[in-house]
Design a protein around this ligand. Structure first.
Ligand code: ZN
Length: 386
């Protein structure tokens, strides 16, 4: 059982008996994603994870008397859980505790969803500009773990054990910043050099290649190509799969269409081979764009998508609002979540004929004050513990 979510539902006056039909789903109390960011440090962090976890926790041993963020997460993962954290572009990491069942359901659902949109497993080789998963508890790394089993030559250019803060800087491209340490800059330089060498390996072959990267890092990678005057002509042998959001350092937004045009120019990969994924550590799904229209197709068989107005009431299709979802696969934590993103949902994709609703091609940040009242109610439920 989950004590805090039960108290929250009681405070809202909603019980399981209230949910009987499909239409009742919207009555399920939803909590803001900031719930998973409000964690204390040290040993208290371990108790906090135990508090948001649904189900029976295995025995957790935190060895250090004054454990770090990663020490605590490693202790839970050593006991068989899959605790992951986000890069947290706002500077706070979201922490989500998955049990194995939730984690594997997530992997399965994600694979099914993606294969309906892009032949991701059909490529011969892949290059990843994400952190190597086995060396980090980062969500972005964990969700890429399968690549090692799927490709003939999978090269992870960021093949280093990195801390949460380093990951945050790398994902937003801050390592390119003047103020960054020399060692961080040298590291990114090496990453790009390895990436170029990897691409050269398949330059004059018929092999198909897949490149995974956050848009900010991939933009920097193309800057690096431009500086040395290097171009590739991958054509339809190449596919670029991005993820992690379109913001760079200093909160600049990378325009997705310009980004795709630049990929065509620098790497010869056509726009229909550029796919973006939208997701978050709190969600057991990946929302992938279709190759034809670049709309984000929602995995509606396991995820009930909602768009909320300012009073957090669902408004349905065609209008801009805050994205929320009811995630049927979240077994080990409450997966009924209000995100920090502003979206517009359509009942059908305007371009392709795949079934189910889609999100518009641009996803923005939503104003944070709208969820403040709701966040306060959740905080009370969490603090009532014991
Ligand atoms: Zn589509």
């Amino acid at each position: 059982m989950n004590g805090f979510y039960r108290r929250y539902c009681e405070a809202k006056g909603v019980t399981p008996d209230d949910i009987k039909t499909n239409d009742d789903l919207e009555k399920i109390p939803i909590i803001p994603d900031t719930t998973f960011k409000q964690h204390p440090s040290g040993k208290d962090f371990a108790y906090w994870i135990a508090g948001i976890f649904t189900g029976d926790l295995p025995k957790i041993v935190v060895k250090s008397a004054n454990p770090t963020f990663d020490d605590v997460i490693n202790a839970f993962n050593a006991a068989g859980l899959k605790v992951a954290y986000s890069t947290g572009t706002s500077g706070r990491h979201s922490v989500i505790p998955r049990d194995k069942r939730t984690f594997y359901s997530f992997q399965y659902a994600m694979t099914k969803m993606r294969l309906g949109l892009v032949d991701e497993l059909g490529a011969d080789h892949s290059l990843s500009l994400f952190p190597r998963p086995t060396k980090t508890n980062l969500y972005a790394g964990q969700v890429m773990e399968w690549q090692y089993q799927s490709y003939k030559d999978h090269h992870c250019a960021l093949d280093v054990g990195i801390s949460a803060d380093q990951a945050l800087r790398a994902m937003t491209g801050q390592d390119q910043n003047e103020s960054m340490s020399q060692s961080a800059k040298e590291q990114m330089c090496k990453v790009f050099k390895n990436g170029i060498a990897w691409l050269e390996r398949y330059e004059n072959t018929a092999d198909t290649v897949m490149i995974f990267a956050p848009p900010a890092i991939f933009s920097s990678f193309m800057d690096a190509l431009e500086r040395i005057g290097k171009r590739f002509d991958c054509g339809e042998r190449g596919t670029v799969l991005t993820g992690g959001g379109w913001k760079t350092r200093e909160n600049e937004r990378i325009a997705a269409d310009g980004f795709r045009k630049r990929i065509e120019e620098m790497l010869g990969i056509p726009e229909t081979h550029c796919i973006d994924g939208y997701g978050m550590v709190e969600m057991n799904a990946g929302i992938i764009t279709c190759p034809e229209g670049h709309y984000y197709h929602l995995p509606y068989t396991s995820l009930r998508p909602l768009v909320l107005d300012e009073s957090l009431t669902p408004i349905g299709y065609n209008e801009w609002g805050r994205f929320a979802f009811l995630d049927a696969l979240a077994g080990s934590y409450p997966g009924f979540i209000i995100t920090g993103d502003r979206v517009r949902m359509f009942e059908h994709c305007p371009i392709c004929d795949r079934e189910g609703p889609v999100l518009d091609t641009v996803i923005e940040r939503a104003p944070s004050e709208e969820v403040r009242g709701c966040a306060e109610e959740v905080r009370r439920a969490l603090e009532d513990d014991g």
